[in-house]
Design a protein around this ligand. Structure first.
Ligand SMILES: Nc1ncnc2c1ncn2[C@@H]1O[C@H](COP(=O)(O)OP(=O)(O)OP(=O)(O)O)[C@@H](O)[C@H]1O
Length: 359
């Protein structure tokens, strides 16, 4: 039973224009109690928000709880505690009957597109509409629209067995969008696809997000996927979120572990012992030239060596992590100078130094 007061608040929240997050997961816990096993806590105090027209990636190693989180968000599994609000409405309070209506707001794409092999592409896409009792004429129109959206108009009468992995996934996306959901939940949607197909599926999800104003939660273990499309990133480890934030902010945070993994720096093999080493981090608009290395040399009248660099185009900006080395310049002075160029710098700990510290 939903208390009357809570219902009122839910209704006010549902229609309020200032509710900027389409999906709000708050203090979510999931425990399992199997007869064969002891009490298992799989998710612990998960707090996660997905804004309208944005992509939040949930990244985590095997066993970290990604599938369980996905099942909780689509309410295939009931959370043990906490709330899952879609457009302001808490789904965890709803009865199974109410849930069957509200679940339509969440379209799910799975790793293997799980299509019915004996149904054509058009019939697979039409399934959710059939279950809802939509008329044949309306179904035909909607399926045509969806086929165009995912670029498969010429495959309507093919069977899944006649499609490539990427095409099957496009059918899965069309089916997930059939009921015009507000949220698209992509659960390992590109796992097992080659890099080119992965890129095309991510481009499609990105385009549909903008055109259909979707909020996307993308569950993945692939770093490349996150780099390519995520606006926000949350890292799940042993059932807890250990880091989260905007993709670019995490990369530009020198203390972020996921930032280092998203934009790693390869340490050169041989580093002269007398070099002062700085790790630098910066971003600038992709059409802006950066001449900070020249400026640095001129300022200190000393040569500077660029020893390693990883430069990526991320969220329409150039983001770089680099290692520079120089002699005869005070490192604090160098760090202060770089700051005037909006470059963050810190003294670089070589692996040899790090292992000395550890021992
Ligand atoms: N029904 C269940 N009963 C008990 N434990 C479970 C149940 N389902 C999942 N778990 C446990 O929860 C943990 C997280 O599992 P989950 O499948 O969510 O992880 P994952 O991050 O999706 O892993 P993978 O990437 O390998 O699919 C695992 O230790 C798993 O054994």
């Amino acid at each position: 039973m939903v208390p009357a007061l809570t219902n009122q608040y839910q209704i006010i929240f549902e229609f309020s224009p200032w509710c900027q997050h389409m999906l709000q997961i708050e203090h979510l816990y999931k425990n399992y109690q199997n007869p064969a096993t002891e009490h298992v806590q799989v998710l612990k105090d998960i707090n996660l928000y997905v804004a309208k027209k944005s992509i939040t990636a949930v990244l985590g190693p095997s066993g970290s709880g990604k599938s369980t989180l996905s099942k909780c968000v689509s309410l295939l599994e009931r959370p043990s505690q906490g709330s899952i609000k879609v457009d302001g409405l808490d789904l965890t309070y709803l009865s199974e009957k109410e849930l069957s209506t509200h679940r339509r707001n969440i379209g799910v794409i799975f790793q293997s597109s799980s299509l019915l092999g004996r149904r054509t592409v058009a019939e697979n896409i039409a399934l959710p509409l059939h279950y809802l009792g939509v008329t044949d004429q309306a179904i035909a129109k909607r399926v045509q629209e969806l086929l165009e959206n995912v670029g498969l108009s010429d495959r309507a009468h093919h069977y899944p067995g006649q499609l490539s992995g990427g095409q099957k996934q496009r059918v899965g996306i069309a089916r997930a969008l059939a009921l015009k959901p507000k949220i698209l939940l992509a659960d390992e949607a590109t796992s097992g696809l080659d890099p080119e197909t992965t890129q095309s599926i991510l481009n499609l999800i990105n385009r549909l997000k903008d055109e259909l104003e979707l909020s996307v939660m993308l569950i993945t273990h692939e770093m490349d996927v996150v780099r390519q499309v995520a606006d926000q990133v949350a890292v799940l480890n042993a059932g807890q979120i250990i880091e989260q934030g905007a993709l670019q902010q995490l990369i530009l945070n020198p203390d972020s572990t996921i930032g280092k993994q998203l934009l790693p720096l390869k340490q050169p093999q041989h580093l002269a012992a007398d070099l002062t080493l700085l790790e630098v981090l910066y971003s600038h608009a992709s059409d802006q030239e950066q001449s900070w290395l020249n400026d640095f040399s001129q300022q200190f009248n000393q040569g500077v060596q660029l020893l390693a660099a990883n430069i990526e185009e991320i969220s329409k900006a150039t983001v770089a992590r680099a290692l520079i080395g120089f002699k005869g310049i005070d490192s604090d002075q160098a760090i202060r100078f770089l700051k005037t160029h909006n470059i963050q710098a810190q003294v670089y700990q070589t692996r040899a130094n790090n292992s000395q510290t550890c021992h």
